[in-house]
Each structure stands twice: as C-alpha cells, then as structure tokens.
Design a protein around this ligand. Structure first.
Ligand SMILES: *Cc1c(COP(=O)(O)O)cnc(C)c1O
Length: 371
C-alpha cells in the first residue's frame, strides 16, 4: 500500500544548497569552525540591524540562551513565569535551581497576565520570565512597571517573536534581556540555534564571556561559564536565512490569510487575535481553539481525526508545564487555579503553517475542519 501523504505542523524553509556551498568552502579554507568566527561576527551584526536591536549574542540553541540569560543577571530564588509555554522556559529555571512560580495567563492571547503577577511576589522573587506566546507581545509596559516597583528583572522568552514589531519597534527591545530560538521548527532557523538580545555593551560582553566558559581573556575566568556558542556552519546558514526571511514571512502570511478567511465563521472554532499595533508578524504558529459544545466535536476528536488523514497538527501547549510531574511535585498550582491557561490548553490545535505548504493541503485541512 502506498504511504499516505503526511503534512506536519511545520517544515523548515531552507535556501538553495548552491547558495550554501560557497560558505562551506570558506569554512573549509579558513578552518575556523567556531569561537566567534567571521560568520558568527557578521551574523551578530546583520541580525541586530535586521531586528532593530542594539546587541545580539548568538547561541547553540534557545534553551542554552535562556539558561545563560538567568546566569547573566544572577537570578536566584523564585521567578514568576507562565504555565502556557514550551517546557524549556521552565526547565531553564530548574537548571539554575530557581523555583518557578506559575501565574495564570490572559484569556485572549495566552500571555502571562500582569494583573496576577503582583499577588505572586514574595521576598524570594527576583525576576519575571514571560513568553510572547505565538509571537503576540506581552503587556510589556505594565510588566515593566511592576518590575520597577518591586526591583525585579524581566527576561522575555521571545522564541516565537523573531522580527515581530510592536508600536513601530522590535518587541525584543523590552525587558532586561530577551531570548530567541532558531530551532528547525521556528520560522527563522539555523537548524539549532538561539540568541540573547541585550541593550548595552557591558552586558553583551558578560554574555559572551559566559557562553565561552567564562573566559574574559586567556588567563581570566570571570564566572563558571558554560559552552553554549553557535558554530560557523550555523552562523553561515543564518546569514542566508536572513536574506530570505522577509519572503518567507510573506508566504506564511498568505497561508494565514487563507485559514483566516475560511475558518473565521466556523461555529465553535476560534482563531487567535492580534493587537493592532503588531507589525511584521511572523506567523510562527496558526493556533485554532475548539469549543466542544459549539463545534460538536472535542479538540482531541478533531486532532486525532486530522492525524488519521495525515495532518499532523500539534497541541501547543498541552499539557500545561505546571502539570508535568517535576513541577507538580514542587507544589505548583493545580490547573483549576490557572483557569485561562487550562482552557486554552484544552482547546488548542496548531495547524500546519510553513512557506512551502501546498495550497491543496491547506484546502484539505480546511475541509476536514469544516466537515
Ligand atoms: C522553541 C522554544 C524554546 C526552546 O528553544 P530550543 O532552540 O529548541 O532550545 C524555548 N521556549 C519556547 C517558548 C520555544 O517555543
């Protein structure tokens, strides 16, 4: 029997291999494979310009950029964060021996709800770690105000927000630090990869020491650093990806528009809203939210029926991070006490979206949802 045609939630946008070969030849010639090589330096500069931020420090992956960001700011004790994210957000706290304190999200965007942050602050609280879920901006003005009042740091997990702008400037300019992921599943990918965005040269310097074992110079170690450097192959790919990124985003927007038009009046299917000040949206994900009563089928019924037809959506983010045993064991709030996060988590399916997604497949997905 012929294998059924499979459509996954994403598929990476890659440049032509021909474009990449000259970069590889250069690496083979110079034999500079890592340690702040020429492509690494060039990508840090070009990416900062492209994003409209002051400083980019490249990392081997997004999780290591989160781990390191917490070290840079010497975060300890308790950190207020969201249960509605990819597990790596909280794992980064765990690896730094920091206690995650989960606070509920807003019901519309699924971002950490600032109105609930203040109640969760204790004498041990040192920072807030929100996520720009699906690339929608958190309520950054309000979060900053709380952080300033209580003397807390703010680190944004901006893994979904590469290139997204809010009120005319990069979302990444908010907070003390923001972290990015260039994993294969993200719209901008270097296969694996990540970055920390910061706003002053001294911080950039400390980040760069910490990602290279803490070496400040040949004979000085300023702190117990780690090895989380991006290599030259990743950086070379990143330079090419940057050239193609705007075209990639445009194609993703066209697909999102089709989904929007076709699904927005399906009874019981709700689509994600965006603030009007959001620009250059990357459509990292296309989540739909299934209201079982109105739709007539549960989220999981739809999810598994799509799967049977070879459509591999993903339930991002289900279960909630606070429900995973290591975090439940920490005395995290039960999901009943995180009602907005629980509701989104029980309803969400992220539909396939990527620049190479076939129009016929989009139609098929839409028809299966409408059925
Ligand atoms: C992808 C992702 C990460 C992890 O990034 P990696 O590069 O895979 O380590 C962290 N946080 C969020 C919200 C993500 O989506």
């Amino acid at each position: 029997m012929k294998d059924k045609h499979k459509t996954y939630v994403t598929s990476p946008a890659l440049p032509d291999l021909d474009e990449f070969i000259p970069f590889l030849e250069k690496i083979w010639q110079t034999k500079q494979l890592t340690n702040n090589g020429p492509f690494h330096q060039q990508l840090e500069k070009e990416m900062a310009d492209y994003l409209g931020v002051k400083y980019v420090s490249l990392f081997a992956n997004g999780t290591l950029s989160l781990l390191t960001a917490l070290q840079v700011l010497k975060i300890t004790g308790e950190v207020i964060t969201t249960p509605y994210s990819f597990v790596a957000t909280t794992h980064a706290l765990w690896w730094n021996k920091i206690k995650p304190v989960f606070v509920d999200v807003d019901p519309v965007y699924g971002n950490l709800d600032p109105e609930r942050i203040e109640k969760a602050i204790t004498p041990q609280t040192t920072a807030i770690l929100p996520v720009h879920v699906y690339g929608n901006p958190c309520r950054m003005e309000r979060i900053q105000k709380i952080a300033d009042t209580y003397g807390l740091k703010v680190i944004y997990d901006a893994a979904h927000a590469f290139g997204n702008k809010y009120k005319g400037q990069s979302i990444l300019n908010w907070g003390d630090l923001s972290t990015l992921s260039f994993h294969a599943t993200k719209p901008f990918t270097t296969m694996e990869g990540g970055a920390i965005i910061c706003h002053d040269e001294k911080t950039k310097q400390r980040i760069d020491y910490l990602k290279n074992f803490g070496f400040a110079d040949e004979a000085t170690v300023m702190a117990p650093g780690i090895n989380s450097k991006m290599n030259e192959m990743q950086a070379a790919l990143g330079l090419l990806q940057l050239q193609h990124h705007q075209a990639n985003i445009k194609k993703r927007q066209q697909i999102a528009d089709i989904y929007d038009n076709e699904l927005n009046d399906v009874k019981g299917i709700f689509l994600l809203d965006h603030p009007t000040e959001l620009e250059n949206y990357n459509n990292s994900y296309f989540p739909i939210f299934v209201d079982e009563e109105k739709y007539g089928r549960s989220r999981d019924e739809l999810y598994f029926s799509l799967k049977k037809e070879g459509i591999y959506g993903r339930r991002y983010f289900y279960p909630l991070i606070s429900d995973f045993p290591p975090y439940r064991g920490l005395g995290s709030p039960k999901s009943e006490n995180l009602p907005n996060a629980k509701r989104l988590s029980n309803r969400v399916i992220c539909l396939p979206i990527y620049s190479g997604l076939d129009k016929k497949d989009i139609k098929r997905i839409i028809n299966l949802i409408k059925k």
